[in-house]
Design a protein around this ligand. Sequence first.
Ligand code: SAH
Length: 375
Amino acid sequence: MIETVSTEPSAKLDLLGFTQSQLEALLTTLGEKPYRAPQIMKWLHHRLVTDFSEMTDISKATRIKLEELGEIHEPEVVSVQVSVDGTRKWLMRSRSGSSVETVFIPEGSRGTLCVSSQVGCVLDCSFCATGKQGFNSNLTAGEIVGQVRIVQRSLAAEFPDRRRAVTNVVLMGMGEPLLNLENVIPAVEIMMDDLGYGISKRKVTISTAGVVPGIERLCETTDASLAISLHAPNDELRNSLVPLNRKYPIAELLAVCRKYANNLGEKRTITVEYTLIDHVNDQPEHAEELIELLRDFPCKINLIPFNPFPQSGYKRPSANAVRVFQDKLIAAGYSAMVRTTRGQDIQAACGQLVGEVADKTRRQERYRRISTGVA
Ligand code: SAH
């Protein structure tokens, strides 16, 4: 049988991506009582129903109206892989026809879900496998929330003693979340809402390569945690790793992050992600420069030893280089953790997510030519 996938955007409303207030507004336009919104949210995000007919405390007439206009659409699960360390990776097909990856990392009582926000990525950071895939499209809010829903449902049987398997969400999968804010903002709101997935604002983290106007917008719209992918202590080096730095240099990025942290108040910090690459940004002098750069900046630092992928051209630093770098930061008074690599056997570690992207930018083709030496 030939499987067909619609690449047409749906004409129906994507109800999994509707926040409570959006749902209330929709009900009002339908001539229905807005107080039904919490009931509907609970059906969608607590009981995880797939069909309107299951919403038994909503009148049949209302359900019919909802079904005419809207739909409960989740990405389609293409495959699931389980690592020897318990990490799991799903390949999920979006409405675009391309697929993204979602990773669940169990650690004791914590279960962190790494969610994708876009199919591919336009940014092309030199050390990231997703960037080499080029870009296809934004995920909808419902497709972002849908990743949490699918994993929650799929792991419920395995963690019956817990109210939920997913305790933390990081938007560190494929894509740049701040280039898809229209969908990321409602999705994050639903994750943090008690009527949605009830995850604390401290445990939902939006990670960005440094889209400064996007952070400005976050200041007005959310109080989720923020992580920035810094990776270098000066503009010259950062330009070569994160090309976006040419547009929004480090000083501007740190300034807007300070504003975001001040807005949050109550002792919240920004997570600074720093991928350590052998002999590129992992030397003691880089640590010293970073110590100066981040003086008085409200942060904790996450060091990520580079995860190799074919044709990356970079190497993972030695364990000793990582330790020396970390010790320097700690001695200078920083909180600096080394992120342990999980799920490497199933290519689920940071920067290894590739999905199946029907590239619209021709970048995939360009990288393929470079790696095969065909001009
Ligand atoms: N675009 C967002 C979300 C991606 S998050 C961002 O840049 O923050 C993924 C994190 O893993 C980022 O900090 C990214 O820079 C880092 N990363 C990417 N490729 C990596 C690799 N090969 N090894 C280790 N970390 C990597």
